[in-house]
Design a protein around this ligand. Structure first.
Ligand SMILES: Nc1ncnc2c1ncn2[C@@H]1O[C@H](COP(=O)(O)OP(=O)(O)OP(=O)(O)O)[C@@H](O)[C@H]1O
Ligand SMILES: [Mg+2]
Length: 477
């Protein structure tokens, strides 16, 4: 559950905001002044602060300054009434996360708060990249032991120790954002903010202003000044996700920031100086975009100082069992549940699939299977057809051995769960009958083959057919 601290000297505002968050998955604390808020922070340890700008006693701006000095990574959203926007803008320069205008537009309020919680999580949940992550408590980690992933860990380690720009490439779902956060958490800037900007999610004409801010009147609709992410994130790390989608003008500005740390707000002519570490990512082949003159070559080289390429999952299949285990452990912890076992042939099927959506797809499928599985083991049936269908192993192998033993045990547990729903049911005869019917179906009523399949003699099979009253056409060869 995320924790929110509300600082406002007006009781009405505290009351109405409390009501908004009552139903949501948010733990809320309130303080009636800046002074009180500063006292509550070390005790309550909020993930986010929502604070009024104009308060009696210590002002919002002053409180913000104090928070930034002790908790630079704690996002603060300012609330401002008409007429105090200028103060809110000043606050953004001091590194406030965002500001909201009173009276509140509730959906907008919820959106801004959800984004800020995500930013807080990105900064807080340390991503470890130790290649041999054996941790039992399932901290967030970049998992993998395959050769290509070891190469990735080596690079992450090297680039973390520097301030160099890093470019992370790889297909969708290969873990680019996770790696970006691992770099941040292991860098000297780990105590400073980390802000992620998804360049593809922001309309082209707004991206420049999002990154660099704008002056009042810079374009139609720019009614107030705005502070961009680079200014807000001074001394911190910016993650430019989907960097392939930028206009030439924005590319030029990014290049300049990387070269000299300077930029101007849109519509402004005062050069601003910042110290920001840039990590960029893309799932598009940037070289091709350079060749097609859609992406500046000089910017490409500037970003490409350290290149970390994440191979698709199908090229590191040996990591699949490890990843599955990790996701199961995480799920079990989340749901406070015993981790479910995964049958060896299920792992085999997962290893065979081609994973167009990479690790994200694997995580989703494991999550779904964990929900679908009725017993305490995940079976082939719990996988989507296109994944399960890739295997040639039968759902339950008849070969004696470890695999068959584990499979049979899982099956038995399932059967008992099913049987518990019907107290009159006698498990062995019920299952035996079905097994005989199924064996006859599968062998086209060939009793010799059916008996073999069942592991009993033909005479015994005959007795069972009689006992259970199974009448099928005999087709003895
Ligand atoms: N090596 C890994 N170990 C553990 N989890 C991983 C790993 N790689 C990816 N994941 C998980 O898979 C999901 C997708 O990862 P991420 O968002 O980092 O991918 P991406 O490359 O940024 O994808 P996209 O290009 O679609 O944005 C996340 O939930 C992430 O935690
Ligand atoms: Mg991503």
């Amino acid at each position: 559950m995320s924790k929110l601290l509300l600082i406002d000297d007006e009781e009405d505002v505290r009351y109405s905001l409390q009501r908004i968050f009552d139903a949501a998955d948010v733990e809320l604390a309130a303080a009636a002044s800046g002074e009180e808020g500063l006292k509550v922070i070390p005790k309550f340890k909020p993930d986010l602060v929502l604070m009024d700008v104009r308060m009696t006693g210590m002002s919002g701006l002053e409180t913000l300054r104090k928070i930034r000095a002790t908790d630079p990574k704690l996002p603060v959203i300012l609330m401002t009434a008409y007429g105090t926007t200028q103060t809110a803008i000043e606050a953004m320069k001091l590194g406030a996360y965002d500001y909201l205008l009173k009276p509140f537009d509730i959906p907008k309020l919820k959106e801004v708060i959800a984004n800020a919680f995500k930013a807080a999580r990105d900064m807080k949940q340390v991503v470890s990249y130790e290649p041999l992550l054996e941790s039992e408590d399932y901290e967030l980690g970049v998992i993998g032991r395959s050769g290509p992933m070891q190469q990735v860990f080596k690079l992450v380690g090297q680039v973390s120790a520097t301030d160099a720009t890093a470019l992370i490439t790889g297909e969708s779902g290969t873990g680019k954002e996770l790696v970006a956060r691992a770099i941040y958490h292991h860098s000297d800037r780990a105590q400073q903010p980390f802000l992620a900007v998804n360049c593809a999610a922001i309309p082209e004409q707004l991206l420049e202003s999002e990154l660099f801010g704008h002056e009042k009147g810079a374009f139609t609709g720019a009614t107030v000044q705005r502070i961009g992410k680079f200014e807000q994130c001074n001394h911190g790390t910016i993650f430019l996700d989907e960097i392939g989608d930028m206009t030439p003008l924005t590319q030029t500005k990014i290049l300049r920031v990387l070269q000299s740390g300077t930029f101007e707000r849109v519509g402004g002519n005062t050069p601003m100086q910042v110290n920001v570490r840039v990590i960029a990512a893309t799932n598009k082949p940037l070289e091709a975009a350079v060749a097609a003159k859609q992406f500046r070559e000089d910017l490409f080289y500037r970003l490409n100082v350290v290149r970390i390429h994440l191979p698709p999952l199908r090229e590191r299949r040996s990591d699949i069992p490890l990843l599955v285990n990790y996701f199961i452990g995480k799920l079990a912890k989340e749901q406070q549940h015993q981790p479910k076992a995964v049958m060896p042939h299920v792992i085999k099927a997962l290893e065979k699939y081609h994973w167009p959506g990479n690790v994200r797809e694997l995580e989703n499928i494991v999550r779904r299977a964990h929900v679908m599985a009725k017993g305490d083991a995940i079976l082939l049936n719990d996988l989507p057809l296109e994944v399960a269908g890739q295997t040639d192993a039968p759902a339950f192998s008849g070969v004696a051995g470890e695999t068959a033993g584990a499979d049979a045990a899982a099956l038995a547990r399932q059967l008992f769960q099913w049987a518990r729903r019907d107290p009159k049911l006698k498990v062995i005869p019920a299952v035996e009958r079905e097994l005989v019917i199924q064996a006859l179906k599968e062998t086209a009523d060939n009793q010799v083959h059916a008996a073999k399949l069942l592991g009993i003699t033909r005479a015994t099979l005959r007795k069972r057919i009689e006992k259970f009253g199974i009448r099928r056409e005999l087709n003895v060869k």
